[in-house]
Design a protein around this ligand. Structure first.
Ligand SMILES: NC(=O)c1ccc[n+]([C@@H]2O[C@H](COP(=O)([O-])OP(=O)(O)OC[C@H]3O[C@@H](n4cnc5c(N)ncnc54)[C@H](OP(=O)(O)O)[C@@H]3O)[C@@H](O)[C@H]2O)c1
Length: 288
């Protein structure tokens, strides 16, 4: 396992969650190839080491990629992860909130609905803890991988369901709500960060052939395949576009196929975004 600090001369630093596989893996590898020092935050050191080795082989370096332990279903683990990164006293130019699950049911360690807790609340706290570092490293960006699945959450967020076990049979309704939360969070983050040189983007990566569908019941999978799955390489393109190319003045917007896309009406609800922001702050403060 690579644990030492990257060289002080490293120009750009990125932290990517869920980078051991899927869209996150491709994003991390590509950023490292472009010269970023990448921190891969996830729950398996062993599986992440495979990607770290791949990066070092591709870049012919031994100090371009580092592992950070992170379990997004445990707010204490999120705090520990941010603490480990901040202890390195490095800048942070890119935070990519990529990790996610679909169809997993239950509750996080602190009792939040599983999809909401992992996909939104864990990333919300991670971002809060790294905000000062991002501002100090400006220009910097926060990229949050959301989904077209937010369209399922037409009614907005059911506040009473967010701190309870998953109710639906497939977990897809809760997944949609968590991805709506990702878009609302990213949009409000852009407001909070206005004038700081840090911009915020959310995106739909496409329907991509990754492990994210592992909990989806077998009978639903043919429907996914009918929609024509993208490869993880194709699926990482919009994340990379938001990380590297989207204009800073487009901060707060939602992207699909490397272009601005208008999300659902409820995803554009500024009051709901503010309410989610304030409620999320209260929740993470309650579990310090
Ligand atoms: N694939 C699609 O079609 C699609 C469509 C729309 C949006 N997205 C979004 O794209 C993002 C990346 O997903 P993917 O398709 O690349 O799926 P993936 O291959 O399953 O990767 C998901 C990553 O998230 C990590 N993760 C899950 N639960 C976690 C937890 N509790 N703590 C820390 N890490 C956790 C996984 O870690 P482990 O390997 O340890 O489980 C894995 O590294 C997700 O946000 C997903 O919602 C995907």
């Amino acid at each position: 396992m690579t644990t030492e600090n990257p060289p002080a001369s490293s120009p750009r630093v990125a932290l990517i969650t869920g980078a051991n596989i899927g869209i996150g893996r491709v994003t991390a590898v590509r950023l490292a190839e472009l010269g970023f020092t990448v921190f891969l935050a996830g729950r398996s050191a062993k599986r992440t080491q495979v990607v770290i080795d791949e990066i070092h082989a591709l870049t012919q370096t031994s100090d371009r990629a580092f592992y950070l332990p992170l379990e997004l279903d445990d707010l204490n683990s999120v705090r520990a992860c941010a603490g480990l990164f901040l202890a390195r006293e490095l800048p942070l130019h890119l935070l990519i909130n990529n990790a996610g699950l679909a169809g997993d049911k239950g509750q996080t360690k602190q009792g939040f609905e599983m999809a909401f807790g992992v996909n939104h609340l864990g990333h919300f706290l991670l971002t809060q803890l790294l905000l000062d570092k991002l501002k100090a490293s400006a220009p910097a960006r926060v990229v949050t991988v959301a989904s077209r699945a937010h369209l399922m959450a037409v009614q907005g967020l059911d506040w009473n369901a967010l701190d309870k076990p998953t109710r639906s049979l497939t977990g897809t309704r809760e997944y949609g709500a968590s991805k709506l939360a990702n878009i609302l969070f990213s949009a409000h983050l852009a407001k909070v960060l206005a004038g700081t040189g840090v911009s915020s983007y959310s995106l739909h990566p496409g329907v991509v052939d990754t492990e994210v569908w592992r909990e989806v019941p077998n009978w639903l999978r043919p429907l996914l395949r009918l929609r024509g799955l993208l490869t993880p390489e194709q699926g990482a393109q919009t994340s990379l576009y938001c990380a590297l190319q989207a204009p800073a003045q487009e901060s707060g917007l939602y992207y699909d196929k490397c272009r601005i896309k208008t999300p659902s009406r409820v995803a554009q609800d500024e009051q709901l975004a503010l309410q989610l922001w304030n409620q999320s702050l209260q929740w993470v403060e309650a579990y310090r």
